[in-house]
Design a protein around this ligand. Structure first.
Ligand code: GCO
Length: 466
């Protein structure tokens, strides 16, 4: 019984469409732990997090939220919240320790058990094949700047389709290839920590290729009703003014941040302005005949991860940067508004802008918010409660923006709250809490935050109350 159960009013003033999916999202390296258990080998994040200075407090994903040993407990939490879907990721090194060759059954068994328990709880499994944890052995062989890594990814996708194809409802090939390519190989703040504009552009192309080859493998093995998707963290870019110079700065970031994936995947072409912008870095000769056709294999929906907008103006920014040379022409400005614990502005209008842009740019492509949420410095008070009114306000504002975009014709099918649990926030380690469930990492005790109770009420109502 929660305080909300007593609430007489169960109507929603902002009701979402019937069948709208209400989910939560996580990722393997951020929650699983058991980093060396049952045959799992190091990923590039196991390696990177051990390099002094790369991750705050020297945190690693060795234990994380110990989800590997707490699947039933965590699914029971999701069931209590009433979520309809759960977005998780598969740790590639748990399934294919060297990134090639036969799968490890214990690794597959973990995901089979996870999916079966989700189905038994009436929760729809949404599996992401790649959420940044490349087997270290493939990085040692060149990593994502190397074309062969895309081939390995297609093989891995085939293994996973064979193992779970009869049970997983939606398959997302990649999570945020922009982060993996440009933070991993551009400015080096993410694993594997390389700083080469050329490597980041090669990686971006090979992610598009890997996505396309994985779609082909999935389609050849999956039942027809399965959905295949891709998740992008599209940048809601705003020029500081409507001057030609500021507008061109925004165009540059839109090209290297958004259309570098949208154009190959949905149109089978490279953005020509990007090719011109990056001429000082590359001639794109690593793109071979047939690559863009492969990358544009049809998919059933586009996942969008949104947190805050990006404001740019003409100018320059320091290198190394994640912008493959665009930083020589663009400066980034803090968007106005209250900030989260990540110092990201709270600006739900950016989500509305993004969704209505995609409504126009990608007509007929269903959209799913695969991540949205906020970090705040949450703590359990003496009564044990975790009150997080700022997160509730953030979530309410962004769900209202999704509702407004749907009213404006955007075909949004679902919302996955990031995240179910407090978890390993990459270079910030455990210092940033995104969960609606508080995790005491010393004891692994889970505590529903007020935002979890609030989200359960939204799901029960099918929308937002007044
Ligand atoms: C991302 C990743 C998540 C992050 C979350 C908060 O979007 O960067 O998918 O793993 O933890 O977005 O930064």
């Amino acid at each position: 019984m929660t305080a909300l159960d007593a609430r007489p009013d169960t109507t929603a003033t902002l009701r979402f469409p019937a069948g709208f999916r209400w989910g939560t999202a996580t990722a393997a390296y951020q929650i699983e732990g058991a980093a060396a258990e049952d045959g799992r080998t190091p990923s590039i994040w196991d390696t990177f997090s051990r390099i002094p200075g790369k991750v705050r407090n020297g945190d690693t994903g060795d234990i994380a939220a110990d989800h590997y040993h707490r699947v039933s407990e965590d699914i029971a939490l999701m069931r209590q919240l009433g979520v309809t879907d759960y977005r998780f990721s598969v740790a590639w090194p748990r399934v294919q320790p060297t990134g090639r060759g036969p799968a490890v059954q214990k690794g597959l068994d973990f995901y089979r058990r996870l999916v079966d328990e989700l189905l038994a709880a009436g929760i729809r499994p949404v599996a992401t094949l790649y959420h940044w944890d490349l087997p270290q052995e493939l990085e040692d062989a060149g990593g994502w700047p190397q074309r062969e890594t895309a081939q390995r990814f297609g093989e891995y996708a085939g293994i996973m389709a064979g193992a779970l194809g009869d049970r997983v409802a939606t398959w997302t090939t990649l999570n945020e290839p922009w982060c993996a390519a440009f933070l991993g190989y551009g400015n080096g703040v993410h694993a594997p920590g390389r700083t080469s504009p050329l490597a980041s552009l090669r990686a971006a192309h090979h992610f598009n290729l890997a996505h396309g080859w994985a779609v082909r493998e999935l389609r050849s093995r999956l039942p027809a009703q399965c959905e295949v998707s891709l998740t992008l963290n599209l940048h809601a870019v705003r020029p500081l003014s409507d001057s030609a110079a500021d507008v061109d700065a925004a165009r540059r970031i839109d090209a290297v941040g958004n259309r570098i994936f949208l154009d190959p995947v949905f149109h089978g072409r490279l953005p020509q302005d990007l090719v011109r912008d990056t001429a000082p870095v590359t001639d794109w000769s690593f793109v071979r005949d047939g690559d863009l056709e492969a990358a544009s294999a049809p998919i059933d929906s586009l996942g969008i991860n949104y947190y805050s907008p990006t404001v740019v103006a003409a100018g320059s920014s320091p290198a190394p940067s994640p912008w493959a040379g665009a930083e020589e022409h663009v400066r980034f400005l803090p968007a106005p508004g209250p900030r989260t614990a990540m110092d990201w502005p709270v600006d739900a209008e950016g989500l509305y802008e993004l969704l209505t842009r995609l409504r126009d740019d990608l007509p007929g492509v269903p959209l799913v918010i695969t991540e949205n949420g906020a970090a705040y410095d949450d703590y359990a008070d003496p009564s044990g409660a975790v009150k997080d009114p700022e997160r509730v306000a953030y979530l309410r504002a962004h769900l209202a923006a999704v509702h407004r975009a749907i009213e404006a014709g955007a075909d949004v099918r679902g919302y996955f709250l990031w995240s179910l649990l407090d978890n390993f926030e990459w270079a910030y380690g455990y210092s940033k809490r995104f969960g609606i469930v508080h995790v005491d990492f010393a004891t692994q005790r889970r505590t529903l935050k007020d935002s979890a109770h609030w989200y359960a009420d939204v799901i029960a109502r099918g929308g937002l109350s007044s």
